[in-house]
Design a protein around this ligand. Structure first.
Ligand SMILES: Nc1nc2c(ncn2[C@@H]2O[C@H](COP(=O)(O)OP(=O)(O)O)[C@@H](O)[C@H]2O)c(=O)[nH]1
Ligand SMILES: [Mg+2]
Length: 320
């Protein structure tokens, strides 16, 4: 791809490792501030080569705790890490999860780690596009691995597949029924299953259930989800968890699936962006333009139905 024009100072600062500027541009992306656009655009060709690991699962299963342990493991391996939590209930700040004082102190001045929480503002689709943009900023900033924590209100968050190259679904013992109901959804997204809280009773049963489930499923284009057991309190299994993630990343390169997956993610991002832009534009026109206002009035009066008006509007798009 052609390098686009001269680099805006903010883009240069991000590439050179300026964390203050990075944080500022992330906020702009989060707030939909158009000031971010020239920066993200010029950085785009530099992105797309880093593992983006989505960690998802019901609230309280230990996603934030696991991410803390993964960060520690990756730092031991001399890899730099950025963490994004798309979950206001996981308030990362400075070095680590709030309340985890010891690690907070140790990581606060580690330049190889960057934590960031994103408000989700309730727009399910919009969050995925903004999160993708943020992971690309972190990629351009040079982090070796990007971890994304998401929660889908007690359910597994399907949008994680629109963001992550490897998706980790975290479960805990005694989620039997939940696993059953989530079966289809889980298989769609999990590259790695992590049974956390393996220190609690029932962990073996949960693991066995998953092994059965995985054996029943067909492999998704050559990859069969890996299952690991972890405990963040002991801690144990963290190396296995990273190995499983790394194995999936290697598979993506070996099989050519990385490109196919990226294609799917890019398509869905573009569609989402168009939906947002067109929606905003149409909403404005429905307020402003007398002819369109009249259509809406007719829908209110029941002389037109919403589908007819939607069809007419769809035809007017791009025609002005
Ligand atoms: N017994 C046990 N508790 C854990 C483990 N991992 C996390 N927890 C606890 O589970 C609760 C939720 O953890 P958190 O990481 O915030 O979960 P999240 O909501 O999925 O991010 C906290 O009280 C943790 O201390 C584990 O491996 N074993
Ligand atoms: Mg959390």
């Amino acid at each position: 791809m052609k390098r686009a024009g001269p680099m805006p100072p903010a883009a240069r600062a991000i590439v050179n490792g300026d964390r203050r500027v990075l944080a500022r541009v992330i906020s702009q992306v989060e707030n939909g501030d158009p000031a971010a656009a020239p920066v993200t655009r010029v950085l785009y060709p530099r992105t797309g080569n880093k593992p983006v690991v989505g960690v998802t699962g019901p609230l309280g299963v230990g996603k934030s705790s696991l991410i803390n342990q993964l960060v520690a493991r990756l730092r031991e391996l001399d890899r730099t890490v950025a963490v994004v939590a798309v979950d206001p209930s996981s308030p990362y700040s400075g070095g680590s999860v709030l309340g985890d004082r010891i690690r907070f102190d140790r990581r606060a001045d580690d330049a190889g780690v960057f934590f960031r929480s994103m408000a989700s503002r309730g727009e399910v689709g919009g969050v995925a596009a903004a999160t993708r943009e943020v992971t690309r900023l972190l990629d351009a900033a040079g982090f070796d691995v990007i971890l994304v924590e998401t929660v889908g209100s007690g359910q597994v968050d399907l949008a994680v597949r629109d963001v992550a190259t490897t998706s980790v679904v975290v479960l805990v013992p005694h989620l039997g029924d939940e696993v059953q109901t989530l079966k289809a959804g889980l298989f769609e997204i999990a590259d790695v299953f992590c049974v956390n809280k393996a220190d609690l009773p029932g962990a073996d049963v949960a693991r066995r259930d998953l092994v059965e489930l995985v054996a029943l499923g067909s492999d998704r284009s050559g990859w069969r989800p890996k299952i690991v057991s972890t405990s963040t309190t002991q801690p144990s299994g963290i190396e296995d968890l990273w190995s499983a993630i790394a194995a999936h990343e290697e598979f993506l390169d070996r099989s050519g699936a990385r490109r196919a997956d990226e294609r799917r993610r890019v398509s869905s991002e573009v569609v989402e962006l168009v939906r947002e832009k067109v929606g905003r534009e149409l909403a404005g026109r429905l307020e402003r333009e007398p002819a369109l206002r009249h259509w809406v009035d007719q829908v209110v009066e029941r002389t037109l139905d919403p589908h007819t008006v939607a069809d007419r509007l769809a035809k007017t798009i791009g025609r002005r």
